[in-house]
Ligand binder design. Structure first.
Ligand SMILES: [Cu+2]
Length: 334
């Protein structure tokens, strides 16, 4: 899906200046501006994802436009709800689990007055979404995919001081740098040493999270065991599901399978082959598709784990189907 919403520049009409008395200084007319904000950010290799808008808050004048750019391999959306809660990302039903169309597809027009819903639909890396703000107020927006990913646009009357792009860029750089460097890197180091990496049963961490900083890698990425040993993966995230999937030479399955509809856009189904567990991990010989399914810690429930018993020597590569570059290897010796 490609979004092509033209950035709209709105000329400001300073009607008030025309009828002001001679002693009143007319406000300085300024052309409407467009400011750029990031939806998500990542470390150079993409292993650390920042699940935040950067900067979180931005101040503009009425008539100005905000353009969000998706700056990460992790996808996000931008949705204004007119004061309501963000919509659920997925909707389970009798015929499968579907991405909520409110999140999947663009909503509303190119201008927003603070009422109703305006949304970008799913954004992929490099895509942008622009919205022009016609009315003063403070508007909260969300990423419906990542809980807690919230931002505001404060819209001021014309003539009031607002953010410059330089100020926005400086806040963004400080936020991204401090989150990824101060949280992402220590999260990696902590989790690398956390679980036993030798012995008959070893542990591997499937993703780790520290606040909005989400490390989308396996720790350690490579483990060596003997035939007959087991490996247990432990999920250490809050906001992001992962899979442990052995493709065994097969193709990487699509995460989303569009289901054409007689009227309107296709429904976006989460591929059951990725979503659900498959294969027998308690007695695995290699050479066949083996999948943990989507796993994600939930409040009040035990930490998800996935244990695979390796019967045969060999080198077994696996991936998280959801996250590019999230991959590992289990080498099984005699
Ligand atoms: Cu993942």
């Amino acid at each position: 899906m490609v979004l092509s919403i033209p950035t709209r520049l709105v000329r400001l009409a300073f009607a008030g200046a025309l009828c002001a008395g001679p002693l009143m200084a007319a406000p300085v007319a300024r052309a409407a501006q467009t400011v750029k904000v990031s939806a998500g950010a990542e470390s150079p290799g993409g292993d650390v994802q920042l699940l935040e808008f950067a900067p979180v808050n931005v101040t503009i004048n009425t008539g100005d436009t905000v353009t969000w750019s998706l700056d990460s391999t992790e996808f996000h959306d931008v949705i204004f709800t007119g004061g309501g809660q963000p919509p659920d990302f997925v909707q389970p039903g009798p015929d499968g689990v579907f991405i909520n169309p409110l999140v999947a597809m663009p909503q509303g027009g190119t201008s927003y007055d603070g009422s109703g819903v305006a949304g970008s639909g799913l954004l992929n890396k490099g895509q942008t979404y622009s919205l022009t703000f016609s009315k003063a107020g403070t508007y909260t927006y969300y990423c419906a995919i990542h809980q807690g990913m919230v931002g505001t646009v404060q819209v001021q009357a014309p003539g009031q001081t607002v953010d410059t792009q330089d100020a926005i860029d400086a806040r963004k750089a400080a936020q991204v740098g401090s989150e990824i460097d101060s949280k992402g890197v220590p999260t990696i180091m902590t989790n690398q040493g956390e679980l036993p990496t030798e012995g008959s049963t070893i542990g591997v961490v499937a993703g780790a999270q520290n606040g909005p900083t989400d490390v989308q890698r396996f720790f350690p990425p490579r483990a060596v065991i003997h035939a007959g040993d087991s490996v247990t993966w432990v999920w250490k995230t809050q906001d992001t599901p992962h899979t442990v999937t052995f493709l065994s030479g097969g193709p990487v399955p699509d995460v989303v399978v569009p289901q054409p509809q007689p009227n309107g856009p296709p429904k976006l189904q989460l591929n059951p082959m990725v979503l659900a567990p498959s294969g027998d991990p308690t007695n695995w010989n290699g050479g066949s598709f083996l999948n943990s399914g989507f796993l994600q810690p939930m409040p009040g429930q035990p930490t998800p784990t996935f244990t695979v018993h390796f019967n045969n020597p060999g080198t077994y590569d696996y991936i998280c189907v959801l996250h590019e570059g999230m991959a590992g290897t289990i080498q099984v010796l005699e």
